[in-house]
Design a protein around this ligand. Structure first.
Ligand code: NAG
Ligand code: NAG
Ligand code: NAG
Ligand code: NAG
Ligand code: NAG
Length: 253
């Protein structure tokens, strides 16, 4: 009886997870994500987003605060399937704005090795108003963020993505700003620093590092000097004798 109940329960859990009924969450008013029934985070996204509608040469971007919207999405069922997260904000004037991020995985050749990586492959912006809707999408070929499957993407630099619509002749710019921290394929510990940030921090820390390096070299060389001196005295006692005997040499006048 108990085991059959357990079986039904497990079947139920399995069905729910296949249907992808992950629970959304907002963390510290800046991170949005999805959790499985067991409480494990399967998707976590942190970045500031601004949207610039370039109609009429507009240059004033509007904040799209992801955690303020209704969060929906689905986690990847397996390593090869898609993962989605979206946020929908209802404006007071009746406009409904949705920003959606679609992730997928792809086999990529990195340093002559095929590696399974996840990528933010598509950004979609939908605005609904008075029964009509406008859809803007990034290009199919774009890879906005990418990291090895087991790693999260971390970036301290700004990134712009251009979205186009079939029905409008102006683009929309989605502007990502730090902190950027994206982990769409489950909880992972180590992280992948984006190329731009890596290069910048490397050149920034080069000066600091050379200072530290010089300090270390100085410290090591003085230790080596002391040790060398001690060793020399230890292994060459005859020399010591020689020095001591110098005193006893008869003075030659
Ligand atoms: C979250 O952040 C947004 C934008 O920074 C702000 O408008 C909102 O009041 C904040 N909400 C909470 C609950 O702190
Ligand atoms: C937008 O800018 C372009 C080039 O700067 C100009 O040719 C065009 O007339 C402008 N359009 C509007 C609506 O201001
Ligand atoms: C992008 O992909 C979608 C779905 O795969 C397809 O319907 C659409 O035509 C593609 N767009 C372009 C510009 O290739
Ligand atoms: C993104 O676009 C804005 C507006 O055109 C521009 O001011 C900014 O320099 C761009 N940033 C990057 C990193 O391309
Ligand atoms: C380099 O050193 C300065 C002060 O000595 C510090 O403010 C800065 O954060 C350091 N940069 C790195 C990358 O460690």
């Amino acid at each position: 009886m108990f085991s059959s109940c357990l079986f039904v329960f497990l079947l139920f859990v399995k069905c729910v997870s296949i249907l992808g009924s992950e629970i959304s969450f907002v963390y510290e008013n800046q991170t949005i994500g999805l959790k499985k029934e067991d409480g494990e985070t399967c998707m976590s996204v942190t970045f500031q987003v601004k949207i610039l509608n370039e109609q009429n040469n507009n240059s004033v971007p509007i904040d799209f605060h992801l955690p303020s919207g209704l969060i929906k999405g689905k986690c990847a069922v397996d390593r090869k399937s898609e993962a989605v997260i979206s946020s929908t904000i209802d404006e007071t004037d009746g406009r409904k704005k949705t920003l959606k991020f679609i992730f997928r995985t792809d086999e990529m050749r990195v340093k002559r090795v095929d590696e399974l990586r996840w990528q933010l492959n598509k950004v979609v912006y939908v605005e609904k108003y008075a029964g009509s809707s406008a859809v803007f999408e990034s290009d199919n070929s774009s890879v906005i963020f990418s990291a090895p499957l087991t790693q999260k993407y971390v970036c301290e630099d700004r990134i712009n993505v251009t979205l186009h619509s079939e029905n409008f002749d102006f683009p929309i710019l989605v502007m990502f700003a730090p902190e950027i921290d994206v982990q769409p394929y489950g909880p992972k510990s180590n992280f992948y620093l984006c190329e731009r940030t890596r290069k910048r921090t490397l050149s920034e820390s080069l000066q600091n590092r050379s200072t530290v390096f010089c300090g270390v070299v100085l410290a090591l060389s003085s230790i080596a000097h002391i040790v060398g001196h001690m060793l020399r005295r230890h292994f060459m006692p005859h020399r010591k004798e020689l020095y001591e005997n110098l005193d006893r040499l008869p003075a030659i006048n």
